[in-house]
Design a protein around this ligand. Structure first.
Ligand code: PEP
Ligand code: MG
Length: 566
């Protein structure tokens, strides 16, 4: 059994699909030319078929332009000159097909790479790609491709990027990764896809083999490989019980989020794009408390244009049917990179050039996003917030740019809503302790505990080695949350939370007691949170929270909460 961090609940029992590039080792051998030529022709046919198949599956989600790369690869694989050169080397030198393929490919790559022409240099990459596939086919090695999964599988990988997760189809019953923590982005994606995931599972890449039977208990963060029949049955029963519990919560879908003594809060969902709106509504979400717009940028091969963004924001606002939608402006940097933008080399990217810092520097990128948002504002109830605000000046500068773009659009005759709220994330301790001053200028706060905990405890959220410091129940964190909520309320503003803490069942009583107005979480956590809220008294929770922040450790706080609500 391997231990990891339960990142998205559920239980999955399936086969391992290992996402790992094969290592190709080629040695020159004397060989029978006729047999090698036959082997080569067969591998070449398979290579063409593989590319066709990948193209066909990709055509369901990619544009014509993006599909062009597959045509280039097919052309390369069908190039008579390439196969003629390889076959002639096999015949003349009497060597193995994989060796001939590698030698010819390397020569061609060198020629193309040295050409004084961008188009030709790009062809070198195509040759590399196609001949890599060809060599793997000759050696009987599998190149993993998530979109090709066609039986129930648990994907095992070192880490999954957003574009990897975007390729997962319905056969992917969950995933287990070697690195990451509860708030790493692969974990967040798993929750929005509603599939179980265990992250930070060190040893998984060494232990799991492609095709192994895997039982993943993402309630406990445990992974078992090739267990016996009795163990499988035990986990099948657990999976069934979990599904039944999930089903039973559905009665709360249309219930109000009101405590037993009549205090109402808002339970909202976190989304990464328009396709997640349905999940929020299906799980009884009363709004969107965080739209992570960086996924629009990360799933693209260029900075999304104003019109592309406008369409995405319009779709979300319309989909939410007038319910509040909090859109966060671009939060890129840290672990979130773009293929088409070069970030400066930094020792500590999480403390570096990212989010609002980047946007205030590259105002061209920022203005495009704000214009798209302001134009979309007429389609629903829009709130905009800025990520990673550390100083009041940053908030003022960002807000001034928003005001300028809004005024420009109005003067251009564009219709805009007059009730757009402009707030900020509180995810840097400096903002939390100075919340009362920020509240004089911001319309609302949304507490980003994933980063607030990372920065308060000085513990990288991506590192499984220090994941024990992710302590939402630590009194230091509770005190910062309290300062933020009190600061907002002093100025008559509302305070929400969109970090993962908002959806932790034992955090709900504390947050309710501290006066949090809006709780935004992964869609799958909403109904559980509603069950909590509707069974609690706000007055009792206030007493609980007051007692909790006087305690010394996270364990003491958690024990106290459990003693009251369990
Ligand atoms: C947070 O930091 O809590 C947050 C919600 O933002 P992200 O997880 O996207 O950094
Ligand atoms: Mg954050």
């Amino acid at each position: 059994m391997l231990k990891g961090i339960a990142a998205s609940s559920g239980v999955a029992i399936a086969k391992v699909y290992k996402l790992e590039q094969p290592t190709v080792e080629i040695v020159k051998k004397d060989a029978d030319p006729a047999a090698e030529v036959a082997k080569f022709n067969e591998a070449l046919e398979k290579t063409k078929n593989d590319i066709e198949r990948i193209k066909e599956i990709a055509s369901k989600r990619l544009s014509e332009e993006e599909l062009a790369v597959f045509d280039a690869h097919l052309m390369m694989a069908s190039d008579p000159d390439l196969s003629a050169q390889i076959i002639s080397m096999i015949e003349n030198d009497k060597v193995n097909a994989d060796y001939a393929t590698e030698t010819v490919a390397n020569q061609m790559i060198m020629i193309f790479e040295s050409m004084d022409n961008d188009y030709m240099r790009e062809r070198a990459a195509d040759i590399k790609d196609v001949t890599f596939r060809l060599k793997c086919n000759l050696l009987g090695l599998m190149i993993p491709d998530l979109s090709l999964i066609n039986e129930d599988s648990v994907v095992v990988a070192y880490d999954l990027t957003p574009s990897d997760t975007a390729q997962l189809n319905t056969y992917a019953k969950g995933f287990a990764t070697a690195i990451g923590g509860r708030t790493s982005h692969s974990a967040i994606m798993a929750r929005s896809l509603e599939i179980p995931a265990v992250v930070g599972c060190s040893g998984i890449m060494e232990e799991a083999k492609h095709g192994d039977v895997i039982v993943m208990d993402a309630l406990e963060g445990e992974v078992l490989l090739n267990p016996d029949e009795a163990t499988i049955q035990k986990y099948e029963a657990k999976a069934k019980a979990y599904a039944e519990e999930k089903e039973a919560l559905k009665v709360l879908k249309t219930a109000k989020s009101v405590s037993t003594d009549g205090h109402q809060v808002e339970l909202a969902g976190n989304i990464g794009g328009a396709k997640d709106v349905e999940g929020v509504l299906n799980n009884g979400g009363e709004g969107v408390g965080l739209f992570r717009t960086e996924f629009l940028y990360m799933n693209s091969d260029h900075f999304p244009t104003e019109d592309e963004q406008f369409e995405a924001y319009k779709e979300v606002l319309t989909g939410m049917g007038g319910r509040k939608v909090v859109v966060r402006t671009l939060d890129i940097g840290g672990d979130k990179k773009l293929s088409y933008f070069e970030f400066p080399e930094e020792m500590n990217p999480f403390l570096g050039y990212r989010a609002i810092r980047l946007c205030l520097d590259r105002t061209d990128i920022f203005r495009t996003q704000l214009r798209a948002l302001i134009r979309a504002s007429v389609y629903g109830k829009l709130c905009i917030m800025f990520p990673m605000i550390a100083t009041v000046k940053e908030f003022r500068d960002a807000k001034a740019i928003f005001n300028e773009e809004k005024a420009k659009l109005i003067s251009e005759g564009v219709k805009v809503a007059d009730n757009i709220e402009v707030g900020m994330m509180v995810e840097i301790p400096a903002a939390a302790v100075n919340a009362d001053n920020f509240a004089k200028e911001a319309d609302f706060f949304s507490i980003g505990t994933n980063d607030l905990i990372q920065y308060t405890m000085a513990a990288d959220r991506m590192s499984e080695h220090v994941s024990y410091l992710y302590q939402p129940y630590n009194p230091s964190i509770l005190r910062l949350v309290k300062a933020t909520i009190d600061g907002a309320h002093k100025e008559g503003k509302w305070a929400g939370m969109c970090g993962e803490m908002a959806g932790e069942p034992y955090a709900v009583p504390l947050l309710l007691g501290l006066g949090l107005d809006e709780f935004s979480m992964s869609a799958t956590s909403i109904l559980k949170a509603r069950k909590m809220v509707t069974s609690l008294s706000k007055a009792e929770c206030e007493k609980l929270a007051a007692e909790a922040i006087q305690l010394s450790t996270a364990e003491e706080v958690l024990d106290l909460v459990k003693s009251k609500v369990d």
